[in-house]
Design a protein around this ligand. Structure first.
Ligand code: NAP
Length: 282
């Protein structure tokens, strides 16, 4: 991968959750290219190991670990394994997250005749689906932070990067749990940045705009591959007129995790959205 610039992460231990996923596998590779020892965490150990093997075959240093971001004991066990393999965590990226169709309404607006349409309305949203999405994104950021930031206390250059979303600024239609959870992630980023400021741990976030991935495929593409109405609306509301590419996320990520470049930056969330969050639509 051609990096936009390099930062020196030689011998830094970078722990990345959800690291075998679309976005974080790309960020993991970029970070590995900067010399870090990358701990690839995912709930599916085989997937994590397979991806780490790919990075090692490319000449980088990585190891795959099983870690479920919703189970503290799984994270604690993983921390012990990372300590043994690489040493203390310098940088944590909370990448695991996502939406789920169970927490998504069928329509954008409630209408008076909805009961006759056989659709999933706000009233039908499944509590367990809502809890799943809220927990995955918010609790799934908080628990790994509790576990891995203990390694950062009293050491220089340590920091945490969370992944928020456009939903955090203004909620998107249909996905109330994901929107609320990402708003909580942005809010927590600021809270923790303040809380950790006296002990030198920086905490920041990126907010990717619209990326076409498997997570949102059902919302963006019809079964026959044609764009949904939502895709048309997204592109019309993105001044730069396109979906993001994973490459677009690399520069801001490297900047924020670099203590040389962003040593006085904490509590920020950088939108990487082609202007979406700035555009009123007029
Ligand atoms: N894609 C977008 O357009 C977009 C936009 C804004 C923000 N984001 C955020 O960016 C992050 C990465 O998204 P992505 O599109 O790369 O998603 P992704 O490809 O689904 O990657 C997420 C990874 O996390 C894993 N995971 C799920 N539950 C987990 C758990 N309980 N413990 C540990 N790992 C778990 C997933 O495993 P499984 O595959 O087995 O579920 C997957 O490998 C998420 O926080 C997402 O909300 C994405």
């Amino acid at each position: 991968m051609q990096l936009p610039f390099t930062i020196d992460l030689k011998d830094k231990v970078v722990v990345i959750t959800g690291a075998a996923g679309v976005i974080c596998s790309h960020l993991s590779r970029a970070i590995a290219q900067c010399g870090a020892k990358v701990a690839i965490l995912d709930r599916d150990e085989a997937k994590a190991r397979q991806f780490a093997d790919e990075l090692n075959a490319e000449g980088y240093t990585a190891k795959g670990f099983e870690a479920n971001v919703l189970i503290k004991d799984s994270l604690k066990k993983c921390r012990e394994a990372v300590l043994k393999e690489f040493g203390k965590c310098d940088i944590l990226i909370n990448g695991a997250g996502g939406n789920n169709p169970k927490a998504t309404t069928d329509n954008e607006y409630a209408e008076l005749d909805d009961a006759t349409k056989g659709i999933k309305t706000f009233f039908d949203l499944d509590q367990s689906g809502v809890e799943f999405v809220f927990n995955l994104n918010f609790i799934g950021t908080l628990l790994p932070t509790q576990v891995f930031s203990q390694d950062m206390v009293g050491r220089e250059g340590c920091n945490i990067l969370n992944i928020s979303s456009m939903n955090a600024y203004t909620p998107l239609t249909k996905i109330p749990a994901y929107s609320g959870a990402k708003a909580a992630v942005s809010n927590f980023t600021q809270w923790l940045a303040v809380h950790f400021s006296h002990i030198g741990i920086r905490v920041n976030a990126i907010a990717p705009g619209f990326f076409s991935t498997k997570q949102n495929a059902q919302l963006l593409w019809n079964a026959d591959g044609t764009p949904t109405q939502r895709t048309g609306k997204i592109l019309a509301a993105t001044p730069m007129g396109r979906f993001g590419e994973v490459d677009d996320l690399v520069g801001a990520t490297l900047f924020l995790i670099s203590s040389a470049a962003a040593g006085f930056v904490t509590g920020v969330c950088i939108p990487i959205d082609g202007g979406f969050s700035s555009y009123s639509g007029v």
